[in-house]
Design a protein around this ligand. Structure first.
Ligand code: PMP
Ligand code: GLN
Length: 380
């Protein structure tokens, strides 16, 4: 068989989690919480299943959940979206991203992504027959140079994929960034996919911005988010896409043949939790900021040099003060020899710069972070 994705192996997240398990290492690599979700959510899941809500959900998602998503968008960003025609529930943000890319990208199209970028965008673009064009984000702040980005736009450019708060760097778009993005999208008649899975994880009192707040941008954008991140249930694989009616129509044509619909009891459970405890989402930023501060505070006097983390649940750390290993070798060594697993930053690049930086996930119990940072502090 001739591979359609010849350069790809198994994702780094599977590789590093497996290595962590083999070596009984503390797993700060793949991004997932090690603490339980809201116990009420688990009760609601069991109740939904017991009540017999176990058959196919409607193709676009359980209406009660879509209404809660519309209410969330209204509450967070003051944008009115139609639950029926603009919101689609998906099997994780991963499915939403894949489907949106298949809907928007045609053979030969160019798609702008950042370097570093989350790993699922490029394969989805290539399966659609498109090509990614990579625009560098420069450390330590990993900001976008919008003038530089505009130079990369050609007649073939169809789509730009943005991700704020950003995985893997923790960078967050400012209001000016969103305005610059909106201007470019309008000027060049591009489409946009805005991956906002960490939308509620914005720290230090910064405002929580979204493509939802920029009407002319939102008119050409599929906005993607994930309940896995918001409710600490990454294994439930429940996400959603918010898009204008015309884009939603095209999105659903593909979604109906990729998964048709997503896990029914979880949709009812999350809809009910959002009704019963609408405040839960508002507490997320403070909850994760405490974890970021515990992790970074514990490493402050160590040989590690930490990069700024303004959102998401990832912390980048530079180890060049004490090792010459490349980041892949370093992560393997750290997992095997010191029992802490992390993700090498280079895997998120098409052309990795020469740097020695890795990514830690701090979505962990305080005692996990204590154990891990005690080990990390001993390295010098
Ligand atoms: N986008 C980004 C930036 C992510 O970090 C992740 C998962 N960690 C996803 C999309 C996929 O989300 P889900 O698990 O809901 O498929
Ligand atoms: N998005 C998660 C991360 O960045 C992993 C998701 C996955 O394993 N596919 O770590």
């Amino acid at each position: 068989l001739q591979s359609k994705l010849p350069a790809l192996g198994t994702t780094i997240f599977s590789q590093m989690s497996q290595l962590a398990a083999e070596h009984q290492a503390i797993n700060l690599s793949q991004g997932f919480p090690d603490f339980p979700s809201n116990p009420r959510l688990i009760e609601l899941l069991a109740e939904s299943a017991r009540q017999g809500l176990n058959q196919y959900a409607p193709m676009p998602g359980v209406l009660a959940l879509r209404q809660q998503i519309a209410a969330l968008v209204q509450g967070c960003y003051q944008r009115e979206v139609c639950a029926d025609q603009q919101v689609t529930v998906t099997s994780g943000a991963t499915e939403a991203l894949f489907v949106a890319i298949q809907a928007l990208v045609r053979a030969g199209d160019e798609v702008i992504v950042f370097d570093p970028a989350y790993d699922s965008y490029q394969p989805a673009v290539e399966l659609a027959g498109g090509f990614t064009v990579h625009v560098p984000l420069l450390p330590p702040l990993y900001q976008v140079d919008w003038a530089q980005l505009e130079k990369q736009i050609s007649k073939k450019t169809r789509l730009i994929i943005v991700n704020s708060p950003h995985n893997p760097t923790g960078a967050v778009f400012s209001h000016q960034d969103w305005l610059a993005l909106q201007a470019l999208v309008l000027k060049h008649r591009l489409y946009c996919i805005s991956d906002e899975v960490y939308e509620h994880l914005v720290f230090d009192g910064q405002p929580q911005h979204s493509a939802n707040q920029y009407p002319e941008l939102a008119d050409r954008t599929v906005i993607v988010s994930s309940f896995g991140k918001t409710f600490h249930v990454t294994g439930w694989k429940l996400g959603y896409a918010v898009a204008p009616v015309e884009l939603t129509t095209e999105f659903r044509k593909i979604h109906q043949y990729v998964t048709f619909s997503s896990f029914t009891p979880a949709q009812h459970a999350i809809a009910q939790l959002l009704i019963e405890q609408p405040e839960e989402v508002k507490g997320l930023a403070a909850f994760y900021q405490q974890k970021r501060d515990q992790f970074s505070g514990a490493l402050a006097d160590s040989a590690w040099s930490l990069l700024p983390c303004r959102g998401s649940y990832f912390q980048l750390a530079d180890y060049s003060a004490f090792s010459d290993l490349d980041d892949v070798a370093f992560c393997h060594w750290l997992t095997r020899e010191h029992k802490v697993a992390a993700i090498p930053l280079s895997v998120f690049y098409r052309q990795p710069p020469s740097q020695r930086i890795i990514r830690f996930c701090f979505a962990k119990e305080p005692q996990t972070l204590t154990l891990a940072t005690e080990i990390l502090c001993q390295l010098s």
